[in-house]
Design a protein around this ligand. Structure first.
Ligand SMILES: [Zn+2]
Ligand SMILES: [Zn+2]
Length: 325
């Protein structure tokens, strides 16, 4: 499913089977989960994608061929490919263990062809082994929604009362991890989306309501998964003094101006960008211990445009996953 021009639908296209470079593996794709970032690429909100482009950065498949210096995985191994596809390893961010901020990073399904396809090649250093016990479809959403949600959760420190704004793919996984860690979860959904609120309660949220509602008590931290800048002052008003509001998405509409008093009291507003491989290793070790159960809605690969539209329209409960026959 190829993106030729942002703003246009993906097209079913025959492309050559990719050959792995020296440190790459070729993966027979079994499943690729759909991320909101995919929408931002297709809609042209993320600038200068590789074109034409195969999007998709939550890939699960089996290694089919290895490059001449790629010995980390064997043919037949089941691997996952996340958003972070390559870093230089030499810039100050990489050297400080902050490769998520690498100046020269390249991302899967953005600067590198991704997983909305039957085959993908990936740098072996950025692939993860998939935990046993997670079937392909259930594993795919862990690779971005879960992983970057986990990085966001870590940024909330030891917050006990945690607000999640936007109860989609990330939040439905991170709510489970948060409850496992002994936190109390407050879920904020689109106004009037009672189905999503009920879903949140079944995953352990102690309270669920619309994002226009105030929680029944102050929060210690909030994570904003919805790409809606207007939620920033809403969340700041909901957190207690010293609390943190984490913006987890790669793109957000403009944040309206707000009075300083809602930031005062040492409240912190921050973003989370990308992932490090360490985040991935930690999260994929944690997921089976919780255990995080992913609720997936599947679409065949050739219905990728329908899956993207359903995500855009808020019609996905849990995570959308493309299945590749
Ligand atoms: Zn770097
Ligand atoms: Zn993503």
């Amino acid at each position: 499913m190829v993106l030729e021009k942002p703003g246009e639908p993906l097209r079913v296209t025959d492309v050559p089977v990719p050959e792995p470079g020296a440190e790459e593996v070729r993966i027979r794709v079994h499943a690729c989960a759909v991320c909101r970032t995919d929408l931002h690429v297709v809609d042209g909100e993320l600038k200068d994608p590789k074109l034409p482009l195969i999007i998709g950065h939550q890939i699960v498949g089996t290694v089919e061929k290895t490059g001449e210096r790629a010995d980390r995985f064997a043919v037949g191994d089941r691997v996952g490919v996340p958003w972070l596809g390559w870093t230089d390893g030499t810039c100050r961010y990489c050297l400080e263990g902050r490769e998520n901020l690498c100046d020269a990073a390249r991302f899967t399904g953005y600067q590198i062809d991704g997983g909305y396809a039957e085959y993908a090649v990936a740098d072996q250093r950025f692939c993860f082994p998939i935990p046993e016990g997670y079937p392909d479809l259930q594993a795919a959403p862990l690779l971005c929604g879960g992983l970057i949600g986990y990085r966001s959760l870590r940024m909330t420190g030891d917050a006990e009362r945690l607000g999640l704004y936007g109860f989609g793919s990330s939040a439905h996984m991170i709510a489970q991890a948060a409850v496992h860690q002994g936190r109390r979860v407050f879920a904020f959904t689109r106004t009037g989306d009672e189905e999503a609120q009920e879903f949140a309660r079944t995953l352990g949220a102690g309270w669920a309501g619309g994002s226009d509602e105030s929680p029944p008590e102050e929060l210690d931290a909030a994570i904003i998964f919805a790409p809606v800048g207007a939620l920033v002052p809403v969340a700041l008003r909901a957190v207690a003094k010293g609390g943190v509001v984490v913006c987890a998405g790669i793109h957000m509409s403009d944040i309206p101006s707000f009075p300083y008093e809602i930031l005062w009291g040492e409240r912190v507003l921050r973003s989370v960008a990308n992932l490090t491989r360490k985040d991935g290793e930690e999260f994929l070790a944690l997921a089976p211990k919780v255990p995080i159960r992913t609720t997936v809605q599947t679409f065949p690969l050739e219905e990728a445009n329908e899956a993207l539209d359903a995500l855009r329209g808020g019609r996905i409960g849990g995570s959308a996953v493309l299945t590749v026959a």
